[in-house]
Design a protein around this ligand. Sequence first.
Ligand code: GLA
Length: 583
Amino acid sequence: MSKGISQIIFLALPVTLCIVSSGCGLIQRNHSIGAVDRPEYAYLALTPPMGWNSWNIFAKDINEVNIKAAADAMVASGMRDAGYQYLVLDDAWMAAERDENGALQADPNKFPRGMKDIGDYIHSKGLKFGIYEDRAYRTCQSLPGSFEHEQIDMATFASWGVDYIKMDSCSAEHNGRLSSEDYAIYRHYIEETGRPMVLSISDFGNAAWVWGGKETSQLWRTGWDIRSWMDSVYNCADCSGGSHRSHPAFNGLWQFAGPGYWNDPDMLQVGNIKIEDDAVRVSANKAHFGLWCILAAPLMAGNDLPHMTDTVRDILTAPEVIAVNQDPRGVQGYKVFVDDKLEVYNKPLADGTTAILLLNKGREQADITVTWEMIGLSGKQAVRDLWERKNLGIFEGSFTAKALGEHGNMMLRIGKKGKPLPTAAPVPLEKYTITRQGVTSLSDLYYAWKNYNAPVYNRTFEGTPIIIDGKTFEKGFGCKSKAAFMFAGTERGDRLMGTVALDESYQGDNEGRFRIFHEDYFANRVLWDSGQMTKDSPAKAFDIELADYNCLMLTFDGRNIKDGKRANDVLGVFGDVRVIATD
Ligand code: GLA
């Protein structure tokens, strides 16, 4: 992010619906918003799901008593009436063994009356019942996972009255299945039960927006697990709303979400944040909640409901802030201004007004201004404070939030009712996937997902020209230590070609390995593997047939030759990586 004042240019273009086609074989294709052939499950979450999940506050310590108390508190506190409907039991509800028929069963000590009883209790409170599983043999807590029990588990959940499934991915790399294949299998068996169930992809942010998560599921994680401190909260928010997980050109993942499918920066820690100073803690909780609302993120509370303070309850149930999150237009907000720690987000709403979050992530007190130019407005505009539920008056050209302290923020609604305002322009398909016949250099496209170090385009990681065996490559990628980056799925392309070598400037003894995967690493479907290469290894060229491929993931792994661990100094280059599409 630039240190100087920078304004992300607002392009007043008409809203263009951007449909990422997904290429994985098992799932139905071309279901897009507005298309007549959308399956019924595409309508399960037309606004971001709201509820409560046990993990952030109880971790493994869930039982009949604290879950029923949470259900009671959801009603008594007004959370249910504010829109929170799913009560989700996370990991560690199940017994260590399946029953004699291979069905999952409740941990007999924690839930002596079984899961149907819990489900009935949750339903009796006017709430919906959510449950956790994992798509591998074992869950993250080493309890029975659903791998090879997909059909029976979905049927068991339906028989218990489950309405929402969080399907995790710990150990799923042993399944031998692509993520898109796995989640399509669960959707298939959910549909077979005849019971509508939301499917929540929990995969630590492994690119569901790229490989087609919306074809089967209603929400997908965009990053690692959230913790109860603000660095983690901001980090998770930037996985959905910044460039932590996608190329900076996307300005967050906003264009990949919409009514029916949502980017999930993880569950809320509102009420769990530990900050001594009362005023700063309140600001932090509001900043966290405001970010999730402007980002159209699922709102899954994770605090101790029976014991929450009035202040926390008021934040979690703030009606006008929640209304921004639940706006039926379903635009995910995006940044329109960044100046180091100061940010302005914009979320154009269905009624013609727009929601704005002004946020100070720094420690120094600061003023933050939103200009009408940043958000596609002009002249005089009405401004309303959504936390205070108060009209602030009519302002010309801009509005400034004065003296915002640490985590200080304002949530505003600006403008008049009428025709919906345009959003920013989404990145067109041809900028991040192969749309044309002939040769497309991958370094002419934006990667749509990355992990570890971002690759450097058309240069080495050190910024020098890419030279392999004395030949200069105009195009390609420079990588350092560890990098993984993915280009979005397309059915175009017959061959993928390129050359790899360790960077000629690298004189160390460590090794580097280049691999190209079909979609993500979960299936371990490696299309090409350079093997370990040293500075003395000759360059290696690849020429891969791309029949039936989906997303392409390129990886570089630097390895310490002595202990096999990650090596931070190794530099690698991909030269002229290109896809050839003959028709
Ligand atoms: C993973 C998930 C968490 C939680 C735990 C439970 O880490 O990302 O949200 O479900 O597993 O074990």
